[in-house]
Design a protein around this ligand. Structure first.
Ligand SMILES: [Fe+2]
Length: 399
């Protein structure tokens, strides 16, 4: 029996199975796009808005299969201006193109930015006249969205498995929306589409998956299902990331990294997230050179320093493939943090934000973290009480 099993509150009732997309997973899954579009056309979907950035849809190889399938089955228009950390304007521009075209479904190809833009546009198309800010910041209820097809070309976001989206506000905030209406109808996860990812992105997206897993397994809303999914996700990243770094086109490594990302995504959409994602959003909002996964990887050891004493049984189990022999006791905290830093460095992940920030930036980072929309939703889910002093200490310990 894992140590954490004894600490599970058996009187806590949770939703084991939330609604799910139909997800085609495996090398060659991209070929499913033709039958998906044929089936949607049979159901009356005629006009599809394609949402991508300017690079990944082609660089991944997805377009070689998607373009002929679109031409064969439906009419389509292409919005290709998604930027990293998509803005409200990005989402509204995509939706405007969709409304003009009378799009009755959206197909996104890319990573989290393309998928989240598509999800937001799918909501906006169903609520003509409304702006993104109304859903992201003013509590406007989401009462529908046009159907979504998501083709994932990275292995980190988990967005393809979930019912949330994130966008950059008109200021420095990165709020999120959550609604069952933005679950995709179909998702395609084809590891071959990730084989051209650059090494830095391979590392940072894998760090995103690891942190989804770590946070979801240690929230106060976690479940046995989350912990098991998270444990397997982290084991797979520890096992296969080193191979993907030295041999980017190794499809076995890419398969397991994509699978790790997917199950970490399922875990976080059930257990939710806590401190790391809130603090990282402040980092990348202030300095857009910080990629999401890199920021998370930098913060992770200092976060574990804070939370390990509260949830040692779970974290010891999660990281046992990299740090064997842990007993799951609070006294191991410093040892675990040291080993975790060593593991990060072994896969090329920095654990210092000195490349982006100095000590003088910490007050602004703390302020933005505490003032962000996500802090109100996610910080109360952390396994410890999180106040300004905790956040400041984590940033300082990450310098
Ligand atoms: Fe993330």
């Amino acid at each position: 029996m894992s140590h954490w099993e004894k600490k599970i509150d058996i009187n806590k009732v949770f939703v084991l199975q939330t609604p799910r997309p139909i997800t085609y997973f495996g090398v060659g899954a991209i070929a499913k796009i033709d039958s998906i579009l044929a089936e949607m056309a049979l159901k009356g979907i005629k006009n599809i808005l394609v949402v991508t950035d300017s690079i990944a849809y082609k660089a991944s190889g997805a377009w070689n299969s998607v373009e002929p399938a679109l031409n064969k089955n439906v009419k389509w228009k292409h919005y290709d201006k998604v930027r990293p950390n998509p803005t409200y304007t990005n989402c509204e521009d995509a939706a405007a193109m969709g409304l003009d075209f009378k799009a009755d479904a959206i197909l996104a190809i890319g990573g989290g930015s393309a998928m989240d833009t598509a999800k937001t546009a799918a909501v906006l198309i169903k609520h003509p006249g409304k702006k993104a800010v109304e859903f992201y910041e003013k509590g406007e209820p989401i009462t529908g969205a046009v159907p979504l097809i998501l083709i994932n070309t990275s292995h980190g976001t988990g967005s393809e498995c979930g019912y949330g989206a994130v966008a950059q506000s008109d200021g420095e905030d990165k709020p999120a929306i959550f609604s069952p209406h933005i679950f995709s109808t179909y998702t395609i996860e084809d590891p071959a589409l990730t084989a051209t990812m650059p090494t830095t992105q391979t590392i940072s997206t894998s760090m995103d998956a690891v942190n989804h897993a770590l946070e979801a397994a240690t929230t106060i809303t976690t479940t046995p299902y989350c912990i098991e999914l998270s444990k397997e996700a982290i084991r797979l990243v520890i096992t296969y990331l080193p191979t993907a770094i030295v041999e980017p086109s190794n499809l076995t490594a890419r398969y397991w990294l994509m699978y790790a990302s997917a199950i970490a995504g399922i875990s976080f959409y059930q257990g939710m997230l806590h401190i790391t994602h809130v603090m990282e959003h402040a980092m990348s909002a202030i300095n857009t050179k910080v990629t999401h996964g890199d920021g998370l990887g930098i913060l992770m050891p200092a976060i574990v320093q804070e939370i390990y004493p509260a949830v040692p049984e779970v974290i010891a189990d999660l990281f046992s493939p990299a740090i064997p022999g842990l007993k799951g006791e609070p006294s191991e905290t410093d040892f675990v943090v040291e080993k975790l830093r060593a593991w990060c460095h072994s896969v090329g992940q920095s654990t210092s934000m000195a490349g982006y920030y100095s000590e003088a930036d910490i007050p602004a980072l703390v302020k933005l973290t505490m003032a962000s929309s996500l802090s109100k939703v996610l910080l109360p889910l952390a396994p410890i009480k999180v106040n300004e002093a905790v956040v400041e200490r984590i940033f300082k310990n990450s310098l």
